[in-house]
Design a protein around this ligand. Sequence first.
Ligand code: SER
Length: 317
Amino acid sequence: MKNILVIGSTGQIGSELTMELRKRYGNEHVIAGYIPSAPPTDVLMESGPSEVVDITCTDMILDVVKKYHIDAIYNLAALLSVVAESKPQLAWHIGIDGLFNVLEIARHYNCSVFTPSSIGSFGLDTPHVKTPQDTIQRPRTMYGVTKVTTELVSDYYYNKYGVDTRAVRFPGIISNVTPPGGGTTDYAVDIYYSAVKGEEFVCPIKEGTLMDMMYMPDALHAAISLMEADPSRLVHRNAFNIASMSFAPETIYAEIKKHKPDFKMRYEVDPLKQSIADSWPDSLDDTCARNEWDWKPQYNLETMTKDMLEKLSARLK
Ligand code: SER
């Protein structure tokens, strides 16, 4: 990988992934693609090149790929699960029409492509405990529909045209930098902000609802190490289960309370978020990722909580 384009570089994952890629490959080699309604922060803007790249516009992607001799594309443009339910056509347009734009350019300009899938690609019929790598995927959300389609179309381009597509299924991602917007797992980020601000947390997800989660440093490491992996070892491509922790609201609350004994939480369940959460796995089996490219997370709930509280407390002071 010499020159990398990140599409969606100002989003929840993109903003940190772009900085991490710049650290590893050099600032000038990582182009931050963004849309004008989500402009880059000063840090992103000043640390390397950036360009307006709307994934729904083939020419914009093409111009940047040619201008910077791009050979790898991290495609992070997407609407999260709850927002996608209110704008299903737009979710498809960005997620799938956009993906075709990226893959067609990748095919002609020889780029590798990372387009993440998600725990949202599973559905009610999926085995929920230790969900296997290869299993039933019949989601009922538009987010999930676009993610399963992403997996299939990405594999199609690999098998038919030899495009080097690879991806992981991200769990809920927790970070102290860019907040998520409109996802089902957002509560697990919001709860830390409430704890640090000394506010009561109103939890939209019911007690006992297990979902897979991951701390951002592990998520970034997963994406980059999969893209660096020896292709001869990859049996799977789109997309790998990865896992590091699975918890319900009461468990993360109890962990935060160890540091903030006065912290209060009450439940006010959001029916849409709850129905989406109920259709997703309790925990994923990530054996294939461990065997095929040595995936191994660094953080668990305890170490993540300590780090989240320290970083957020310093920033929100
Ligand atoms: N974090 C995403 C969401 O909640 C799941 O991949 O929509």
